[in-house]
Structures are given as C-alpha cells and as structure tokens.
Design a protein around this ligand. Structure first.
Ligand SMILES: NC(=O)c1ccc[n+]([C@@H]2O[C@H](COP(=O)([O-])OP(=O)(O)OC[C@H]3O[C@@H](n4cnc5c(N)ncnc54)[C@H](O)[C@@H]3O)[C@@H](O)[C@H]2O)c1
Length: 430
C-alpha cells in the first residue's frame, strides 16, 4: 500500500453500528477519508456519529433510503447495515455512481447477490465486500508462499475456525445471527470469511462441496435442571459456561471488551446498567431457552478443480482464538495459527518460522488490524480510482459466496453439490 493519498475522498456511512463506526473512525484517524454523511435510524447513534465526524444535520439521515434520495452525497458509501439490508442499498448507491464498501454477506440470497454484482458492473463502480481476512499481512504471506511454490503443489488443507464458546453464545445463540430467517446460515454469517479465505489462498474456487453440521448443544433439551429463563437470578448460573452475567459484567473496566461484546448489549457501562440489560434484553437469556436455530458446529469438504481437497471445521466449542490452518503440498507443508507460519521443506526437512506481523492483530482472534487495512484500502481506491488496492472485486465475492450457498444445499440435502460456473460474464478469479 502506498503512502497517504493526496486527495481525501468523501465517504458516507449507511448503518452507524459497530462496523460502520469502526470503518469511519479509521478513515478519520488515518486522515485518508472524509466522512461526510451518515444514515442511521437510531437517533442516539446517529447523533454520536455525526458529532464525531462533524456531519451537519442535513447530511445525517434517518435511513439509507433517505440518504439515497438525496443523490450522490459521497464518492463512496460504507454499507454496514444488518445482513438483510445489504443488497437493496448496494444496488441503490451503485445506481447513484457511488463506490461501495459492503459488509458481508453481499446479500442473504444468491439471486440478490447476482443483482448486486450486475448493478455494480452496470454502474462501473468499485465494490469491495468486507472480506477482512484478505487484508492481513499473515494472509498475504501465506498466499504468496503457496503461489511461489514453496510447498510444491498444495494438495490437502485442514482449516479450523474456533468461534469460541462465549462468542458463539453472544452472537449465534442470543444475538443478531442466531436465526437463519433473520440473517442467514452460520456458514454465511460467520464462515463466509473462511470459505472466501480458502478460495483466496488456494487460488481456485472449489468444484464440489459437501457439508455436515447441526445445532447440537444449544437446545431446550440440554437445559440443566433448575435453570431459569435468564441468567440473572438463575440458581445454576455460577456453574454454567455460558453465564451472561459472568461474560458481560466481566467486560466492565476493559475498554475493548466494553466496546465489544458489551457494546451490543448496552451502552450503560455500569454494573446496574448491565444487569438491567440482562434482565430485560435478549443477551440475558438462558442459552437453552432462546429462539436460535443456527448450527453450533459444521464441517465443509471441498474439492478444487486441481484435485486439491480442503476440510473446514467451524465449532462453538473452543477458545475464542485465531483460525488455524495446515496446507500440505507435494514438496512441503505449512502450518499457521493466525500469527505465525511454520514452513517445512520436504527436501531439507527444515522448518522456517515466518512471523508476518500485522500491528493490532489481537491474539484472541479479533481482526482490528485487518479492519483498518480494509478501510485504508477502500479510501486509497477511492482517492486513486484504482481498484488494485482492494483485496477482491464483486465477481470474486460472488464466487466465494456461491461456495457457501452450495455447501448449505449439500448439508440440507445430505449430498455433494457441483458448483456451476458463475452467472456473470467471464470466469471468476480468486
Ligand atoms: N466483516 C466482518 O468481519 C464483520 C464482522 C461483524 C459484522 N459484520 C457484518 O456487518 C454488518 C453490521 O454489523 P454490526 O455488528 O455493525 O451491526 P449493528 O447492529 O451494530 O449495526 C447495524 C446498524 O444499521 C442500522 N440500520 C438499521 N436499519 C437501517 C437503515 N434502513 N439505514 C441505515 N442504517 C440502518 C442499525 O440501527 C444499526 O446501528 C452485518 O451485516 C454483519 O454481518 C461483518
């Protein structure tokens, strides 16, 4: 990435929640972009966001539709609304000639994702879907060494996404991504990152996929005897791994954890405020008495056109940690823990350790450095008009999203799914 661009592009944000706020803050703090407009229905969030960025009232909108109705208010729009509201704003803002930084998923269904790609290509605007993992030095180093043939031909891949027991309870049992009908299957809401990353690192899109997985544990029949509907006042809470009171009260005093996960629960950072939110809101519910239906573990098997295979496991029942990957090649293998790469050469038997760095990459699996790098890349692409700073384009995102949808079809049907070629013109290149 080059240095600071000479012009500072204007950026608008649709959805001033956790993600929209983080990208916008990075643009302001890095000085790479000017955040000139916001669309956010929550008046408190909207006011805080507008104050942080000095946005005048006429450019602080109650929703993305109102912002779109005002015309092209910025060079680029960050779309960080919830999953079900990605496709429509993306199509609307592309139609206005705005470049897009679009949170994943592109859309909750394949037909809408195709419509997004078509709108973007028709308008000739840039689209970066927030595949944040593509932006880490770790990913770049791994991809480069595979491409350079350091391990010969990559033949087998083992990839693990350890979601983490409390993170799973927070997001996928009590929180925003707990129900397929409200957001999507967990393979999309969580692991589209992993599938996209595997496609990116392997340099090819799988030709066939199979998948197993289900909601095994977070079900009413596993509710311990004596458990209450909420953690506050529950007799068995002290011994429960999924205690909401332990999780959220434990965030108080730690600015990062107050931001997330506590920020999704309440903005009141006092003990009383947290307990009130747990008594009244969704995050205080017993994990065995929620309305969740997404899986808590899943495996996906992939076969690539080259004949290489990959197995991917996503599980709730782990520490909250970085993804772990092993790629076995014809001349060597590489093992990565999200921070460090160990490359073994089959000729010499020697192992080289590569530590690509990555600034704020936290050891517990969060990807702040990648988020920053993505915001920087988008601002750079806006300033230069050159999409090469971006880690992916719309076709690549559609190609990896299609693998996710195919895996879900395979899981539901108990079969292997052949991936048909992407419907858009040409061939998607990972
Ligand atoms: N790339 C990643 O690693 C990553 C990580 C977490 C979440 N996400 C995705 O980012 C998106 C946002 O997640 P979040 O955690 O920031 O959610 P959030 O709920 O904190 O933020 C969403 C915001 O959109 C606002 N909103 C609702 N309707 C709107 C409308 N009509 N116009 C404008 N704003 C509207 C909400 O009020 C809310 O403030 C989701 O799609 C999620 O899947 C991506």
């Amino acid at each position: 990435m080059s240095g600071m661009p000479s012009t500072r592009p204007a950026v608008a944000v649709a959805g001033a929640g956790l993600r929209g706020t983080a990208y916008a803050r990075r643009m302001r703090e890095s000085g790479r972009g000017r955040v000139v407009a916001v669309a956010e229905p929550d008046p408190g969030r909207r006011a805080r966001f507008a104050a942080e960025h000095g946005i005048p009232p006429e450019l602080a909108f109650a929703g993305w539709r109102e912002m779109a109705a005002a015309g092209r208010v910025a060079d680029g729009v960050v779309i960080a609304t919830q999953d079900a509201e990605h496709a429509e704003p993306a199509i609307a803002f592309a139609g206005l000639g705005c470049h897009l930084l679009l949170e994943k998923p592109m859309a909750t269904g394949e037909a809408d994702a195709v419509r997004v790609l078509e709108a973007v290509e028709r308008a000739g605007v840039m689209l970066a879907v927030c595949h944040v993992l593509r932006y880490t030095p770790y990913t770049r180093a791994l991809r480069e060494l595979v491409r350079a043939g350091r391990i010969g031909a990559p033949i087998s891949v083992q990839h693990l996404e350890p979601v983490g027991w409390w993170h799973h309870a927070h997001s996928y049992v009590r929180g925003n991504w707990r129900r397929e009908d409200e957001s999507g299957p967990m393979l999309m809401t969580k692991s589209c990152h992993d599938v996209d990353w595997l496609v990116h690192v392997m340099g090819e899109v799988p030709a066939r996929v199979g998948s197993f997985g289900r909601l095994t544990h977070f079900r009413p029949e596993n509710r311990p005897a004596g458990a209450a509907d909420r953690c506050t006042g529950c007799a068995v809470e002290p011994d429960c791994p999924y205690s909401a009171t332990r999780l959220y009260l434990g965030c108080l005093g730690d600015p990062e954890r107050e931001e997330w996960p506590l920020g999704a629960v309440t903005r009141d950072r006092t003990e009383d405020g947290v307990l009130r939110a747990l008594r009244e809101g969704p995050y205080g519910r017993c994990v065995y008495a929620c309305d969740n239906d997404v899986v808590d573990h899943q495996v996906v098997s992939m076969e690539f056109p080259s004949g290489a295979t990959a197995s991917f496991t996503m599980t709730a029942f782990s520490p909250f940690a970085q993804r772990q990957t092993r790629i076995f090649g014809s001349a060597g293998c590489v093992e990565g823990d999200g921070v460090r790469l160990l490359v073994r050469d089959f000729v010499t038997g020697e192992v080289e350790t590569i530590e690509p760095g990555g600034g704020r990459e936290a050891p517990d699996g969060r990807h702040a450095a990648a988020d920053d790098a993505l915001a920087d890349a988008f601002a750079e692409a806006l300033a230069s008009g050159d999409p090469s700073a971006l880690g992916s384009d719309g076709r690549q995102s559609l190609a990896s999203h299609r693998v996710v949808w195919a895996a879900e079809r395979a899981r539901h049907a108990g079969t292997v799914v052949d991936l048909t070629p992407p419907p858009a013109k040409g061939t998607a290149i990972p």
